[in-house]
Every structure is written in structure tokens, then in C-alpha cells.
Design a protein around this ligand. Sequence first.
Ligand code: AMP
Ligand code: ZN
Length: 531
Amino acid sequence: MSEDQHIPAPLRLFNSLTRMIEPFAPIEDHHARVYSCGPTVYNYAHIGNLRAYVFTDTLRRTLLWKGLAVTHIINITDVGHLTSDADAGDDKMEAAARASAKSIWDIAAHYTQAFKQNIADLNILSPSEWTVATDYVPQMIEFAEKIAPTHCYEIATGLYFDVSSVPFYMKEADSGEFIAAFNARVSGGDWTKVNEAAEHAHERAQLASRIGAVEGKRRPQDFAIWRKSPPGEQRQMEWDSPWGKGAPGWHLECSVMSQARLGQPFDIHTGGIDHREIHHPNEIAQNQAFHNCCGDPDAAAADFTGARWWMHNNFLVDRQGKMSKSKGGFTTLFSLIDAGVHPIAYRLLCLGAHYRSELEFSADNLAAALTRLKRLVMGVEGLKARAEGVTWQSPRLDYLRANLHPKLVPLLEQFDAAIADDLMTPRALPMLEEAIGIKKVPVDEKLCLIAAFDQALGLNLLTLSRADLRVQPKDAQITPEEIEAELERRTVARAEKDFALSDEIRDALIARGVEVMDGDPLRWDWRLTLG
Ligand code: AMP
Ligand code: ZN
């Protein structure tokens, strides 16, 4: 432990705008305002989508750990997100409604509810507010009216944002990378060499979705502010506007809702890395247009991007290709639970990787995370059993630091330093494991520190029990009670040296999908081999 480490370590976060890790200070004292792009509710979230919200929750919990109050908004996109992020194709909600013969409103309600269930299962703190896009259409029209005269043009299909009216956008017009161009201005850095991964983002998005460009659009990067309903066609979701009946563009939603709920500028805007090259640059362009600060070299440009920090989680990837919400056949949290996996194991899997690294999903990785979680839960259960009668709580960090057993102080400091270093959860988790295992420290002190750590990690360790981790697979042919009873019978048979009966019982269990694990170091004893 270095001498200069102190509590709290200054919080530093990676900002996609500057591509640097910067010290974080909220605009308002002691209060951070955060907006996270939410789900498009035309289908269930896949586990990749949910990684984005484990990340925002880790961010929120870290801000809380640092003593800040947090206002956190997550939106629900129930209109406007087209099948290509580059603003071509169908509205995802309309397409889902057509495919299922249900109303869009029913679809949105169903998948919103399912998403909220996922959030609860992952122990993600509910946002201060869920903002629903369709509740903000009048504000979106007002916003569009303000920017239309100088930044938009109207064609048969709708009102489009002319990105050439925002000078930074066009600086890297060939590469389609606005953020890099924006960087050149705010950081003075040399961003002419653009990120290869971002090159031709718009073209790639269109190619990937096999959708042609919208006729009449002046440039591929121009995007819809308002999409007119096709003549003679009535959409399920449409509103009157100065540009005719229609629906708002997807990018407009987040500019309007973030500004309406958090003011302008606010602190942090989050989303998955796919949003870094199209959705978020488009939001920034709109915000600059709205605040009339485009092209003003002296304007405090960063203030008009919407947020001071733009943070992006990298992707969860699956070699079997089960991570596309629009293609279907993807892995959901529900399907993991149905297979007998506790959802917090998935949360732990996410925390085991840094949010800016790609994370590969596989059955083995998930099984390893579940084993790690079992160890943690068993460890904490053991401590709780010994601390009977003692109440523990998680006090303020400085109080905790001052009153903690000296052997625990380095763990607290290293944990704090890790999460303050751009949310380095993979470095923080071992501190939790060390706190559980450390010798010659009173149990209640350990529990106090573990409770504090868990406020930042959200693993629910103080309340989860081993029994909770035994999630019954949907297709199981046998209940845990039956298994326990059979194993009890087997123990008696073995004690009586009736090995024939003992083997018979074990074989019968195997035939019903139960693996008997004699001498398992986690005392897990048995597991279902289904799923
Ligand atoms: P959507 O519902 O498609 O609007 O996506 C919800 C969130 O999930 C967005 O922040 C996306 O950037 C993010 N996202 C999409 N796919 C993945 C993935 N495979 N891994 C991590 N985040 C993702
Ligand atoms: Zn958004």
C-alpha cells in the first residue's frame, strides 16, 4: 500500500469526448446528474443490453460511495428507433406490432415490464425516474421547431437534421466520426487520425441492416428529426406536427428528455459503445443546434454537448451470435434463470471485467462466476453465523476508515482506489474476497466492511443465502426437497455399508438429471445437469 493513498481516492472517469480519464467533479456541489439511454421495448433485453445497465448501476453506486447524491434517469424508447441506427428502415416498435398482431402500446407495456423485472433481478437500483419517450412528444416538437429553420430540411419522408450545419460534424465527414472531430476542438488534441473501429459507422450500420439510404437525404449522416406518416397510411403511433402527422426521430428523444429532467448541461450521459458513433454524436449535434452554439469557437463547447461526460460500456459478445435483439434467438436473463442460474451470477460476471473491455459470454464464464458467487455467499453466511446478535451497518466512508480494524484499512483503501479508477471492479472484487477470508479480525468488523463494499458492488451479499442460489431450472424433473431426501437416504445406506443401495440411489438421481458431488469443496453436494 503506497503512503500517499487516502480516503476517498479522487474519482476519475473515462470521458469518450476527450478520450481521456479525467478527474470527476459534478457541476452542482454534492449532486451528480446522470442520463442513460434506455431500452427499445420491442422485444426482451438480451444479456448484452443488460451489461449496459450493470455498468450504469456501478457508476451510480460509485458516485454514491463517493458521497454524492445522484439523480439518474433511464428512458424507455417506445417510439422512433429504426431498424438501422443510421436512420433507415422501419420503426422497431411498428415492425414488432405488425409481426405479432398486438398493439404497439401493449408491446411497449409488456417489454417495459419485463425490462424492469430484469433490472430488479440484477439488483440494479431503480432510476430516480423512468422517462417514456411517448410522454415527451410535445416537447420534442417544440425542440424541433426551434432548430428547424437553421438546421433542418424537409423532404417527402420527414424533417431531417442537416449535419453540415454543425461545423464539427462535417470535419470528419468521410469517416462519420463526430466525437473525434469534437475532441479536436475541446481538447486541442490531434484527432485527425480517427478511430478505425468508428470509420464509416453510418455506412456500416446501413449495410448491416441491408437497408438503402433514405431518398432525398443530402448526406448519409443526416438524420430524422420527424418522420412523416406515409400518405394514406395510418400509423398506430402518430402525432400532429408542423411537418404533418408522424413520429419523432430516435435521437431527438434523448436530447429532449435528458434536458427536460436534468437541465443543461448535466454531468454524465451513458450508453453502449454502439451509441458512441451515431446516436450520441447526433444528440450532441441537436443540443448544439438548440443552444445555438455551433461554430462559435469561443463558446464553452463542452457545456453544449448535453453532458460533460459521455461514458460508454463495451459489448458483451457471444461467439454463437446470440446477441442480436432484432434477429431473435438471443440469450435473455429469463433464459438464464430458467436454466437454473441465479441472476446475480451474471452481475458478478459483468463486474469481473472492466466496463470498457469487451466481455465474452460463454457457459464456462458464467459457471465460473456462479462458483465465485457461491464462495462469496458461503463466506458471508459463515461470518453471519458467527456474528449472531451483532448488528452491522455500512457507515460513511471517513467514519468507517477511522474506526475500522487496522488490518482492514488497506483493503478499504485499495477497494476505494480501484473503483475510483474509472470503476475498476475487477481490481475491487479481490478486496471483498480478502475481507471475507482475513484472519484475526473480529467478525462484526469484517461484516461492516463487506456491507460497505457491497453497497458499491450490488451483489446483495448480506441477504443472499446458499439456498437462494439454488434456482430451480424450469425443466427440472425433481424438486430440491426430493433430492435432499434421496441424499439423506443414501447417507444412511453408506453409514450402514449398504453400498449397493447407495449406488442405486445415486444412479436413480443421475437418471433424473442430478449430479451428486461427494466432497465438493463448496459443500454444494448436488447440482442439476439440465440446461
Ligand atoms: P437497445 O435496447 O437496443 O436500445 O439497447 C439498450 C442498451 O444496450 C444500449 O445502451 C446499447 O448500446 C446497449 N447494448 C446493445 N448491445 C449490447 C451488447 N452486446 N453488450 C453491451 N451493451 C449492449
Ligand atoms: Zn439515447
